[in-house]
Design a binder for this molecule. Structure first.
Ligand code: 0RQ
Length: 502
């Protein structure tokens, strides 16, 4: 179906995914489209993986560097990691094959704030981008590109890459045309202030620009985004959602948040984030705004129900049921959703100015509020920092959410000392578990510790209290008391015995 390729000059570039995959050289730095599984090229990467396997079998090298928006699809990171074809990866992933490659040291991974990558690549910190492989939903008569369900860093990849491969995906509804707000931020000293003063402000164009002379291949495809599955909210995530609402109500009552309207919300990915959104709906909010990076099922349903009136995002990443709901009335959703490049959806300056309430999951926090979002037991990479740092550091209020334990209680999510720190105590304002919220704002370290211990799991609370009491009782306890020889002993015990409990 070539109907989406409305500019004739691109028709002559149509070829198979296999042919397109031949155009990517060994060692290439490749910019991929894709953000939380949406808008990824799905045909060329598997062919690239097959080619890598053939070359490896013949004793030849073939590896590339993958720069994306955020996490991609099993047909991108998964197949290429499985083919041992990924030399380097940034800025975020969730694929288990790639996780194994990263944690064995075979693939280099750099964990970068999602808002920062484009500027750093444009500045040349990552080398010259050789290729871009970008999914679009169409090419206009004028030769402009209609983005797909995510924009990510695509406008910049299209600008920087020498060779461009486009996958034109006809499965995405044509009504997506117009939902995007595309712009380039540029780099210092030529960066300008961003004119986004309200969530609904548009500052760019619905289309992405491309130099047609750089387009070496157009591949036609009809393949759906990655399937995301959600569990119905469990008692732990429901309790977390209720505590978040209680906190927000407290802030409204104290006059620190606009009554009934709050401020623009950001919520991370996964089941806990969905449960928090469900809590907002139960609490009777209407007409809220979101300045966020991901629209998952929960947020889509809040838009349908009028709980959320306007959402700015970098991606729409839905389960099959929610995709069906989105398709039922794309025109309606297009009025309430703006899709932006991640330099804008996650922009620190905008987030701070419009006063976003950031809500993100985490692996663990320590008693003083340092947060580990990425490294299991301080060493194994989970997914990456993603956008959590963009929102946590710059939010009007930054909230971290977690169940009080992991792995059936063998791990406490509140520990004496975080084994890796993504968000320092300076960026963490509120931590929520199923046992309540710890409000760390305006508190010194000792008071922060008391608040954090109070929301730990009851099995671990006395252990934390004992650690804290003994740390404070040392001859020179300092501003932030720790027993250095014990600070990581809980992690050490888990690694050696399979539980943090003695
Ligand atoms: O693993 O399923 O194998 O048991 O981590 O944990 O409790 O399901 O929590 O889905 O909210 O994910 C930090 C990973 C939390 C996520 C993280 C294990 C646990 C389970 C998942 P299993 P849960 P969530 C927006 C913002 C960084 C990026 C970000 C994340 C698995 O929130 O990736 O915020 N954040 N982006 O068992 C060891 C601990 C653990 C632990 C949980 N303390 N130690 N393992 N787990 N706590 C989106 C983007 O940026 C694109």
């Amino acid at each position: 179906d070539t109907s989406r390729v409305r500019n004739k000059a691109f028709l002559s570039k149509i070829m198979s995914a296999e042919q397109a995959a031949e155009l990517v050289p060994n060692g290439a730095i490749v910019g991929f489209s894709g953000f939380v599984g949406s808008g990824c090229p799905l045909l060329v990467p598997p062919k690239l993986a097959e080619r890598a396997k053939r070359l490896h079998a013949a004793g030849q090298d073939f590896k590339i560097s993958i720069l994306s928006g955020a996490s991609t699809d099993p047909n991108v990171d998964g197949v290429l990691a499985e083919a041992e074809a990924v030399a380097f990866r940034t800025p975020f992933f969730t694929d288990k094959n790639l996780r194994a490659a990263v944690n064995s040291g075979k693939t280099g991974y750099m964990d970068v704030h999602l808002s920062s990558l484009a500027g750093q690549v444009e500045a040349g910190f990552f080398g010259k981008m050789d290729c871009a492989i970008i999914e679009v939903t169409g090419i206009t008569e004028e030769g402009k590109l209609i983005p797909s369900t995510s924009i990510g860093n695509n406008p910049l990849w299209l600008k920087l890459a020498d060779k461009i491969i486009l996958e034109v995906n006809t499965i995405q509804p044509p009504e997506l045309e117009g939902i995007h707000d595309v712009a380039l931020l540029g780099i210092a000293p030529n960066r300008k202030p961003i004119g986004i003063n309200r969530v609904s402000d548009r500052i760019g164009s619905p289309y992405m620009d491309v130099d047609p002379n750089k387009v070496v291949a157009v591949v036609l495809t009809e393949s759906g985004d990655r399937v995301n599955k959600f569990n119905p909210p469990d008692p732990v995530s429901t309790a977390i959602g209720d505590h978040v609402v209680a906190f927000l109500k407290q802030e409204e009552a104290a006059g620190r948040l606009p009554k009934g309207r709050l401020l623009p919300l950001q919520s991370g990915i996964g089941n806990v984030a969905n449960a928090v959104l469900a809590g907002l709906a139960r609490a009777g909010y209407r007409g809220l705004e979101c300045y966020t990076e991901v629209i998952q099922d929960g947020l889509l349903y809040l838009i349908r129900d009028g709980v959320v009136d306007m959402a700015s995002t970098a991606t729409i990443s839905l389960s099959p049921d929610a995709v069906a709901e989105f398709r039922r009335d794309v025109a309606f959703y297009s009025k309430h959703i703006i899709l932006r490049p991640q330099e804008f959806s996650n922009n620190p300056e905008v987030i701070r100015r419009i006063g976003v309430i950031g809500m993100n999951g985490m692996l663990e926090a320590d008693i003083y509020g340092n947060v580990n979002s990425t490294h299991i037991m301080g060493t194994g990479m989970m997914n990456g920092i993603g956008g959590s740092g963009d929102f946590a550091r710059n939010g009007y209020i930054s909230i971290f959410l977690t169940g009080s334990t992991a792995k059936n209680g063998a791990i406490s999510s509140i520990v004496p000392f975080a084994a890796h720190i993504d968000h320092t105590e300076h960026d963490t304002m509120v931590v929520v578990t199923e046992y309540g919220f710890a409000d760390l704002r305006g508190k010194c370290p000792r008071d922060r510790a008391r608040a954090m211990i109070a929301i730990a799991h009851p099995d671990y609370r006395p252990m934390l209290q004992d650690y804290f009491d003994r740390a404070c009782a040392q001859p020179k306890p300092g501003q932030t008391p720790h027993i250095l020889s014990e600070a990581l002993s809980w992690h050490d015990r888990y690694v050696k015995t399979g539980t943090m409990k003695p």
